[in-house]
Design a binder for this molecule. Structure first.
Ligand code: SF4
Length: 484
């Protein structure tokens, strides 16, 4: 249940919610405002929850699957204007204006220019058409100046996203899922429909949350990108990303693909399957993705006499060209990694990991769309969704009694850390009158003691939680007190 109006109603009739809110009945505006104003905190809540899960040994921290899914925004597809649509609308308006002008001219010629009583004023109709044209042209100019290809009038951050022949107006949610228990360890909401370029940001966020020295990440072919693979490698992240079909296109046609040409780093040449060398051209080329590429070319005379010519050259070419990105060694190492047996097993595992949270959220919980608009609020709402998923997942894994016991211990620990007793650690140095003062909670502070401050806090927290443990056995595998 996410609607603020439904939550307002439940706060007045659902006994569990009434208990949880201690009888408070916030209005829907208050609930919506709370959600909007605390978007950053809601995102952080899931991140902090994941960090705490490490103490329950629920995070593997070895393998993470990354995937993305489209979620509808709080805007309709018709509210999106694209440069193509605006161009078509301008052309249609121009045709209407021309046709109307011709009709007026014909009317003048037949001396029927005097409008009949109650008819439309021709001047006003033409002015309306011209105004609509000017508005459309201004929107198109604004769009071109912004460098964007589309603009959503309802939600400025939402975009028209298309995949597998289906389109929606919304956001692309990216998640990193830990392999141990399919928990979402990192996530982000973007409005780019293309997953390429998202790999490193998600992988490094997951690595930071898991506090791992190295991390293996697996993703589908949409994430294959040389720059992000290079960034992952630099950060100690071992990426397993499915190799795009285009690399297998030539072999499928019965011709030598790039993998058949061996690069010699010492001589800076490629060796073709016939053993001939392909030499680099002196100039580099900047491709559409901003990568510098070097072209290596074979000799015509050798290719003309080559017995493998039919398996190498297209009918129209008399020599072979191979392009190499300036950091192609990253791609080569990744290709070698993907050729190993373990890569196939990891890729199979990916489907069962990354699809699980999206399937659960969309199909079981019905979270298919966002209720709010704009990046800040949408990311906050997603943080709440991810937290709900993780919370439910943890309860399913460890069971409710153990989860309650764990939360109780955390609360005791938090209360201990934040309580005034924590602040009175140096009580031995305070005058007696101050140590006898009552804390804001009404309990007197402890008098001076011979125990060191940290031990004193630990002893208090153990004592305070003893009754809790008695009522909520069994204990978690990892004792939360170890953090102190
Ligand atoms: S056609 Fe040229 S590049 Fe291709 S295998 Fe033969 S010699 Fe090498």
């Amino acid at each position: 249940m996410r609607s603020s109006r439904l939550l307002e109603r439940e706060a007045g009739r659902n006994l569990e919610v009434i208990w949880l809110l201690r009888g408070q009945r916030p209005g829907y505006r208050t609930i919506a405002k709370f959600r909007a104003e605390n978007a950053v905190a809601l995102r952080a809540a899931n991140r902090d929850f994941v960090r705490l899960l490490g103490r329950l040994a629920l995070l593997g921290g070895d393998l993470v699957a990354i995937d993305g899914a489209f979620f509808d925004g709080n805007a309709s597809k018709s509210s999106v204007v694209t440069a193509r649509r605006l161009g078509e609308r301008l052309a249609a308006l121009d045709r209407d204006i021309d046709a109307y002008a011709e009709a007026l001219a014909a009317s003048d010629a037949s001396e029927a220019a005097e409008p009949a009583v109650g008819s439309v004023d021709p001047g006003a109709a033409m002015a309306a058409l011209l105004a609509r044209r000017a508005e459309t042209a201004a929107t198109l100019a604004q769009l071109e100046a912004s460098g964007e290809t589309q603009h959503c009038r309802t939600d400025a951050d939402a975009r028209l996203l298309s995949k597998s022949g289906q389109s929606l107006c919304g956001y692309n949610v990216q998640i990193a899922v830990d392999a141990a228990h399919k928990l979402i360890v990192a996530s982000e909401v973007v409005n780019d429909g293309n997953d390429t370029g998202q790999l490193h940001a998600l992988a490094s966020a997951a690595k930071a949350v898991l506090a791992a020295e190295t991390l293996r990440v697996v993703a589908d072919v949409g994430y294959h990108n040389g720059e992000t693979l290079r960034a992952c490698e630099a950060d100690g992240i071992e990426a397993f990303v499915a190799v795009p079909e285009r690399a297998r296109q030539l072999p499928a046609e019965g011709r030598f693909g790039l993998a058949s040409f061996i690069y010699d780093a010492v001589e800076d040449i490629y060796r073709c399957p016939a053993g001939e060398s392909l030499h680099p051209s002196p100039t580099r080329r900047l491709d559409a993705t901003g990568k510098w590429r070097i072209r290596y070319t074979s000799r015509k005379a050798r290719c003309r006499l080559c017995p493998m010519r039919a398996s190498c050259l297209s009918p129209k070419r008399d020599r072979r060209e191979v392009e190499r990105w300036e950091h192609e060694d990253v791609i080569e190492r990744h290709r070698a990694r993907m050729a190993a047996d373990i890569a196939a097993a990891v890729l199979r595992q990916r489907k069962a990991l990354a699809e699980h949270p999206f399937g659960t959220l969309k199909c079981r919980a019905g979270y298919r769309h966002f209720l709010v608009r704009g990046f800040a609020k949408v990311r906050g709402e997603w943080g709440l969704m991810a937290l709900c998923y993780n919370l439910t997942r943890v309860i399913n894994i460890i069971g409710l009694p153990r989860f309650i016991a764990w939360i109780a211990r955390l609360l005791v620990l938090a209360a201990t850390i934040l309580s005034p007793t924590r602040l009175c650690i140096p009580t031995t140095n305070l005058p007696k009158r101050q140590t006898a003062k009552k804390t804001p909670s009404g309990y007197p502070t402890r008098s001076t003691t011979s125990k060191p401050p940290q031990l004193r806090v630990l002893a208090q927290s153990r004592s305070a939680s003893a009754s809790t443990r008695r009522h909520h056995a069994p204990r978690p595998k990892h004792d939360v007190y170890s953090v102190t």
